[in-house]
Design a protein around this ligand. Structure first.
Ligand code: ATP
Ligand code: MG
Length: 352
């Protein structure tokens, strides 16, 4: 029996509505599997907690989370009551940094039954692996010179270690997929960091002879995600480029309510964290119409992370069958409730 301990943080707004639904799906998945069990421990850390205690999580919050196999998070933020910089930094960013979750991964896949803004989405199915700890978003060494010739200088820091571990992750991921990795670069315009990035990409590729590689400049790559998204499998990108590409990925999927993501710890010291791309959506809270698919797909990524790929793939097929059958929440043009969509996914899962 494989037993996984999962820290559950529903968070704010619709986070609370969709996390409980995804937990129901995971419980069903474990029952069907037979050799798998989950222990869920819920942590009520959110903006209400902040209003009561003055902090987003207790002082020993990270220590409480650390022994778990994963953190399963809904959404954080209640901007009418608590400024975003407090809620996001106090919880999300705190966990990401303290737990050294140095790569962010986001799949983008065309799902039948979900209208993509692309004229012909051609069944695209790719994953962006984003370096999430350094690069263009580094804080070190930048400055603004005041005076007559005002000037701002921003350093982008690319370490061999940080770059290589993101690339290794991307190549390993490609081994479980269609054996193709594209590097997002810009070495024709950014003359120090990007040639270095290219060099590390070339080095990594030597260790993965079965993986085909491609190098595309970020401007062309952004365009290709619109004109030929089906030609990509795994894309590895720096912090800024990954940020941009994942937004394009979510956009061509057709709805923010279905997109999942994972923040991965690579050294095994801390748990990884799984969260949907969407936020707490205060405008639809309490109506029972939040789309649970983003959170359920996020649960699939967690299953993959635990090595339960077959079950994860079953879950994704169930999601696809449900959406294709027209059982959808209003954000996708349907009439179903959060609960009805979840029940339909559970029924599909039982069929497979
Ligand atoms: P954040 O600042 O936390 O990233 P946001 O305020 O930018 O979040 P969301 O909270 O994701 O954005 O909401 C953006 C829009 O998408 C809102 O109109 C919201 O209702 C809708 N939305 C987001 N997630 C879902 C969902 N799961 N189901 C239905 N609608 C959703
Ligand atoms: Mg917001």
């Amino acid at each position: 029996m494989k037993d996984f301990n999962i820290a559950v943080i529903p968070g704010d707004g619709i986070g609370k509505e969709v996390v409980s639904e995804a937990v129901r799906v995971l419980e069903t998945a474990a029952d069907l599997h037979g050799g798998l069990s989950f222990q869920f421990t819920e942590y009520p850390w959110n903006c209400d907690y902040y209003l009561e205690h003055g902090v987003m999580m207790p002082e020993d919050g990270l220590e409480q989370l650390q022994p778990h196999d994963a953190v399963f998070l809904g959404a954080v933020g209640d901007p009418n009551k608590v400024p975003d910089h407090i809620s996001l930094w106090g919880l999300l960013i705190n966990i990401r940094r303290s737990f050294e979750q140095v790569v962010n991964i986001r799949p983008a896949k065309h799902i039948k039954g979900v209208r993509s803004p692309l004229h012909d989405p051609k069944g695209f199915d790719f994953i962006v692996v984003r370096e999430n700890s350094e690069g263009e978003y580094s804080e070190s060494g930048g400055r603004i010179h005041q005076g007559d010739d005002e000037i701002a200088i921003q350093n982008a820091v690319f370490t061999k270690k940080g770059t290589r571990r993101a690339m290794d992750y991307a190549f390993k991921l490609a081994e479980s997929r269609r054996h193709h990795v594209t590097s997002a670069t810009k070495s024709n315009g950014i003359v120090h960091s990007m040639p270095f990035w290219d060099e590390v990409f070339k080095e990594t590729a030597i260790d993965f002879p079965d993986i085909k590689t491609r190098k595309v400049h970020i401007d062309a790559l952004s365009a290709f995600l619109v004109s030929q998204p089906e030609t990509f499998d795994v894309i590895v990108a720096s912090n800024l480029f990954g940020d941009i590409l994942t937004d394009v990925g979510a956009a061509i999927m057709g709805s923010i309510g279905i997109a999942p993501s994972a923040n991965i710890n690579l050294n095994g010291k801390y748990p990884s964290m799984f969260e949907p791309v969407h936020g707490s959506a205060p405008d639809i809270v309490g109506k029972g119409i939040a789309n649970p698919i983003g959170q359920i797909w996020t649960a699939k990524m967690m299953l993959d992370h635990f090595g339960e790929n077959e079950l994860g793939n079953h879950l994704l097929s169930s999601i696809e069958n449900v959406l294709d059958s027209g059982i959808k929440t209003p954000d996708l043009g349907g009439k179903a409730t959060t609960e009805e969509v979840t029940n339909a996914v559970i029924n599909e899962l039982k069929k497979l």
